[in-house]
Design a protein around this ligand. Structure first.
Ligand code: SF4
Length: 298
């Protein structure tokens, strides 16, 4: 897809779905992050406006944030798998490929390679967005292989530390001792060290975080995407609590995310020298463009 293709011809606008036309006119396609980004969410036509996830679900909040942070939504494809998250991801106005049982990273590997052959002069961003079960348990081998092979796309793990979608089984990412509906005696094993595994497998940019700060979370998402375009696999491990399975009252969801920031989800950002060079260049370019725009207005 390209902005050129999605802009409806004036004469045909009236025949197209209202939602689609509004997205082109008032949505983020072709706009900068200042015009339509996380900083002014709610003031423009968003890529994801409705979803069937539980009220107060922290995962749903973060998914919305991912879509508002995309550098080029009109050139992005997301891939996911079974789990709560795909209920929202599949409702966004960005192409979504639904894999079965954790194969999202294997599909993303093929898709990224195909895009590079088909569109050699374009950046087509590929992002897998899946839960802890899809990324680290069921999809583990495919996640690892995509990293070991140096596939250039971003993996985002929505870690709610449980299988929320299927009723509360423990996952490899559940913390040791967690008592869950289907683990009534508490989990015996340790939480898997996801970012360590990612680094060992060759990810060039990894972040572990609890996304409590919108601007910071958006910056990380964009960094991961920019680096994946040029250097290699990138990985974001984000805490996205399941308020249902962990019995977190909706009004306490944010406080819980803040709390987790102090322990299991302490902020950690790792980048190789090559990744750092890309980040510095892209962010300097963005700043220069902002300054130029301001000067134009004055
Ligand atoms: S079950 Fe948990 S993760 Fe799934 S939508 Fe509900 S709160 Fe969110």
């Amino acid at each position: 897809m390209s902005l050129k293709y999605i802009t409806p011809a004036e004469r045909f606008k009236k025949y197209l779905p209202k939602d689609y036309v509004e997205l082109v006119d008032y949505g983020p396609f072709g706009k900068t992050q200042d015009e339509a980004g996380p900083g002014n969410m709610g003031q423009f036509k968003e890529l994801m406006e409705e979803h069937p996830m539980c009220s107060g679900c922290w995962m749903a909040y973060y998914i919305r944030l991912i879509f508002a942070s995309l550098p080029q939504p009109e050139e992005t494809v997301t891939l996911g798998t079974a789990g709560c998250g795909r209920l929202a991801i599949s409702q966004a106005a960005v192409p979504f490929i639904y894999g079965n049982y954790g194969d999202q990273n294997a599909m993303a590997s093929g898709l990224t390679r195909a895009f590079r052959l088909r569109f050699p002069d374009k950046h087509k961003d590929v992002i897998t967005i899946a839960g802890d079960g899809g990324t680290m348990d069921i999809g583990f081998s495919m996640t690892m292989h995509s990293w070991i092979r140096g596939e250039k796309f971003t993996t985002i793990m929505l870690d709610n530390e449980v299988y929320g979608n299927t009723g509360g089984q423990e996952s490899g990412m559940s913390p040791k001792g967690a008592i869950l509906k289907m683990a009534p005696l508490g989990k015996k094993g340790e939480k898997m060290p996801a970012t360590d595994l990612a680094k060992a497998a060759g990810c060039v940019y990894t972040v572990r975080m609890s996304p409590t700060n919108i601007k910071k979370a958006a910056k990380i998402i964009r960094r991961a995407i920019f680096v994946a375009r040029e250097v290699g696999p990138t990985f974001i491990h984000a805490y996205t609590s399941c308020n249902i399975e962990y019995s977190i009252p909706t009004e306490d969801v944010f406080a819980d995310a803040k709390e987790k920031e102090k322990t299991r989800f302490q902020f950690e950002e790792y980048m190789t020298d090559e990744a750092k060079a890309v980040i510095e260049r892209v962010e300097a370019e963005e700043k220069a463009a902002k300054r130029a725009k301001k000067a134009e207005v004055v």
